[in-house]
Design a protein. Structure first.
Length: 255
């Protein structure tokens, strides 16, 4: 897909160059009364225009094919049914083709001491989403400098997957903290944001941010902290966790 994008732009540019060259050479030929050659070159301008419009149409068609991909970045410490329900809603009701769960090794706004092992959290996400084709797990932040900043993640994803339109998924609580994020203005300028509701947090979006949208997803007030604390106090919270995650979380929580 990346080569198609590059070839489309190249061919559109080549059509323009050929058209200009034909115009210049055709004019010179007519000036020196080489009418046949001049006429052929002038006719070639028309051919170049047709080619340009054809490549332009192809470029628009390719752009429409770009997959709407939600980026759901988080610690997932552990992943729970609230995460999955929200992502499911965004695919089915907000029109996302896929949601990628980007597991964060170290969120700069959270304490790393509270995190389960990176590879374990990644495995739990994979186990949670297994069998649902619209969900993917992504470990790109494992290969980026720590701590993880969303602008760096989005740039890396855009570079690696130019055939996708990325939508950054964010809770209303983080939206209020957004001005503290690294290069948040660049995120607002270059990416689309979907803000979902959180209890106790209003969502106010200035009109100067056309890329930001509030979504009316169901309010899912389940947190990983609640699940960890409940488990440590002996509560049976099995139905707060996806079935595939329970063996992983139970084994590590009992250590």
């Amino acid at each position: 897909m990346p080569n198609i994008f590059k070839n489309t732009r190249f061919m559109m540019g080549l059509s323009i160059v050929c058209g200009i060259a034909s115009l210049v050479l055709g004019g010179i030929s007519l000036y020196y009364k080489e009418y046949i050659i001049g006429g052929a070159l002038i006719f070639n301008i028309f051919i170049c225009f047709i080619n340009y419009k054809g490549w332009q149409k192809k470029g628009v068609s390719i752009n429409r094919m770009r997959l709407k991909t939600g980026i759901y970045s988080g610690s997932f410490n552990p992943i729970h049914i609230g995460h999955l329900a929200l992502a499911n809603w965004l695919c089915e009701f907000e029109g996302l083709n896929e949601v990628w769960f980007v597991v964060t090794p170290h969120n700069p706004l959270k304490k790393k001491d509270d995190l389960l092992d990176d590879s374990l959290r990644l495995e739990m996400v994979q186990a949670a989403i297994d069998g649902y084709p619209k969900f993917k797990v992504c470990d790109i932040e494992f290969h980026l400098p720590k701590p993880s900043y969303s602008i760096d993640t989005l740039r890396a994803l855009s570079s690696n997957y130019p055939d996708r339109d990325f939508y950054f998924i964010m809770g209303a609580d983080n939206w209020q903290l957004f001005p503290r994020w690294k290069e948040y203005e660049k995120i607002l300028q270059n990416y689309k944001l979907l803000i979902y509701p959180r209890l106790g947090f209003d969502i106010s979006i200035p009109t100067i941010y056309p890329n930001v949208k509030k979504v009316d997803a169901p309010l899912m007030e389940i947190s990983s902290t609640f699940i960890r604390n409940a488990y440590q106090t002996g509560k049976d919270i099995r139905f707060f966790l996806p079935e595939g995650v329970r063996p992983y979380f139970g084994s590590v929580a009992n250590q």
